[in-house]
Design a protein around this ligand. Sequence first.
Ligand SMILES: O=C(O)C1=C[C@@H](OP(=O)(O)O)[C@@H](O)[C@H](O)C1
Ligand SMILES: C=C(OP(=O)(O)O)C(=O)O
Length: 430
Amino acid sequence: MAHVTAQPRPWPAPPASGPVSASVRLPGSKSMTARALVLAALASGPSTIERPLRARDTELMAAGLRALGVRLDTDDDERWLVEPGPLRGPARVDVGLAGTIMRFLPPAAALADGPVEFDGDPHARNRPLRPIVEALRSLGVSIDASAIGGLPLTVHGAGLVEGGEAVIDASASSQFVSGLLLSAPRFTKGLVLRHEGPPVPSAPHLRMTTHMLRAAGAVVDESVPDVWAVEPGETSGRTWVIEPDLSGAAPFFAAAMVTGGAVTLSGWPAESWQPVGRLTELLTALGAEVTRSADGLTVRGTGRLHGVTADLSEVSELTPVVAALAALADGPSELRRVEHIRGHETDRIAALATELGKVGAEVTEFRDGLRIVPRPLHGAEFETYADHRMAHAAAVIGLAVPGISLTDVACTSKTLPEFPELWAELVARS
Ligand SMILES: O=C(O)C1=C[C@@H](OP(=O)(O)O)[C@@H](O)[C@H](O)C1
Ligand SMILES: C=C(OP(=O)(O)O)C(=O)O
């Protein structure tokens, strides 16, 4: 698929002149918006998605569903309307660089009545996809895929998927499981999916999938470890209220920690489907104070950043920002059990080792993570590798280290197009 992109311009990361103090209102969770869109498209009646994330990943998801024949009205920023209908092929879906689209839509496309072609950004072709392609084939779906079993691919939708039992190795991404489960109620026999292989990462994202399936009326059993059973049946349309994006909030919280200030994420719900407990533990270990009140979720810097030894497998998308904090901490850190992030928007382990090294940190790269020893840091041009969270990491370091510039900040549009403005406003309050 042709992508016309403007030549990125270097973006100087603004340094903080003192503690930042701010309340930020951030858009909805990428992961919840993606799931709500797919569940709404497969439901038996219309749905409303309140406070969705409007960003590249979710707009491409909406466009992909439209291509399949779903009626979506996304004019209102606060409320998207979804009117499901029979899924149609032929269609073409641009996944951009979104794991959620490339893993959530092929199972839905298998329900369409014609061929559906998928492709995306150049790097999307390197992201792992084979396990979900093979699981779908084992369920009777015909798919033409690239030599490595990924993009570009064509799903030959036959109007129905028989379903039944499938085995998958989902150690490279929890999204393989989530993608199959989201469409499974529409499979004629439902689905019993068993994972075999090294542990599946991102358990909280799997729980988000099963919570949201049940909220749509699906019957899901996850009582046996590594086995998910979804009964066949109609799911209903409903109103989905999307929570603010906790992972998108991470760099803003990190700003409070680096500068010894305070940042409140407003609109934070009393009950959340995102891993707020794990984030709280992690930021606390790194030296923050985290509190919840009617105003929202507040992170306060204590003036000290501690090195940590952390298993980040459950919250692996936080690795770049945590690595940035580790580079500014008072002692060494080890961030482990995230081998699969080598298959994220870029190989994040290699990218962080290179870029943190470039600004002066001492970094050892392991197969499944990083050891970061803080050293006096200096300005440098930080390569972002088209990865929004690499950009976040660079911006966090730039608060404390003058002369950091990002090769490209536009990549933040994947999940938060307003990032450069929101960041500049936040730093202006220091
Ligand atoms: O299902 C989801 O919405 C996500 C699951 C995780 O993927 P992996 O399990 O591939 O890490 C996470 O890192 C990604 O940002 C979003
Ligand atoms: C891994 C990520 O994204 P994706 O949904 O594209 O996998 C991420 O946002 O950090």
